[in-house]
Design a protein around this ligand. Structure first.
Ligand code: 1HA
Length: 270
């Protein structure tokens, strides 16, 4: 694969190839743990992915062969959150979860090693997960003084069921890629050296599918779980599609031409 850099960052790599954007957490020294700056950079990258027409699918992964992401950087965990140079405690990874969830394009977690704690939650919120056979999954919150009772719990339970989700959080055990696949936590496990090749193959297939159809399926699957916020996003896309119809254009034209709109000309489908 021949990746080209979209934008240079300090904590992440952000690259493009064949309609696919790849966001790589690039802090291998701490097993790709994130600090607020890492998350800020990822949020900006995901916003760019949303805007760019030539990006159809996004891959999220970690640098090196040890870890996908080990969660919040424990070196900068302070009172009230994770603290950067600005001295303000933040839990801004929650904003990233919302970005991944509302991005109207598929996001694939390419899990190359440990997906632990907040790093595990990151793969949970992605639409699909392809894992190396070396990948290891688990939550650590109750062991290290934290918990994610948001998507990290409720959406996890949608993947693996309530009993298993409670086991994962209450016991903080680690699970192999094979175990994760069996419990419905990952889509496919592949040999480590085939991870990117297989992930790109899945991306290429999705790039051949209708982007609007993929978008609406993601919205619908989210809306069932996300309450009014999920319905709002799906409704926004319904408005987008309505704006592509003559019926909506007639309303605008009539207003600008200072006449009554003629909506009678449009069909009333059964
Ligand atoms: O729960 C939340 C949130 C909840 C709500 C809202 C926002 C949230 C935001 C974040 C989080 C969290 O992520 S809490 C959970 C934080 N993460 C962890 O508890 C995982 C900590 N790491 C580990 O359990 C292990 O390191 C490991 C299972 C991933 C790997 O173990 P291993 O193979 O024994 O390696 P280890 O020696 O432990 O780690 C390698 C190096 O990486 C170590 O550095 P070194 O001693 O060589 O200098 C280690 O300190 C570093 N490292 C690993 N994980 C982290 C880390 N450094 C900082 N932060 C880490 N998370």
């Amino acid at each position: 694969m021949s990746w080209t850099t979209i934008k240079e960052y300090e904590d992440i790599k952000f690259e493009f190839c064949e309609g696919v954007a790849k966001v790589t957490i690039n802090r291998p020294r701490v097993y790709n743990a994130f600090r607020p700056k890492t998350v800020k950079e990822m949020i900006e990258a995901f916003d760019i992915c949303r805007e760019r027409q030539d990006i159809g699918v996004v891959i999220l992964t970690g640098e090196g062969d040890k870890a996908f992401c080990s969660g919040g950087d424990q070196n900068v965990k302070g009172y009230g959150g994770y603290v950067d140079e600005d001295g303000v405690p933040r839990l801004n990874v929650l904003d990233l979860h919302k970005r991944i969830r509302s991005l109207p394009k598929p996001v694939v977690a390419m899990v190359n090693g440990y997906a632990i704690g907040g790093g595990h939650v990151l793969h949970v919120v992605c639409d699909l997960t392809i894992a190396s056979e070396k990948a290891i999954f688990g939550q650590t919150g109750p062991k290290v003084g934290s918990f994610d009772a948001g998507f990290g719990s409720s959406y996890l339970a949608r993947h693996v069921g309530q009993k298993k989700a409670r086991e994962i959080w209450f016991l903080c055990k680690q699970y192999s890629a094979e175990e994760a696949e069996k419990m419905g936590l990952v889509n496919k496990v592949v040999p480590h050296d085939k991870l990117e090749e297989e992930t790109m193959e899945w991306c290429r297939i999705m790039l051949q599918r209708s982007p609007m159809a993929l978008r609406m399926i993601k919205r619908g699957l989210n809306a069932e779980l996300d309450g009014q916020a999920g319905i709002m996003e799906m409704a926004g896309d319904a408005t987008l599609m309505f704006y592509l119809m003559e019926e909506a254009q007639e309303g605008r034209k009539a207003f600008l031409e200072k006449r009554d709109p003629d909506f009678k000309q449009f069909p009333k489908f059964p």
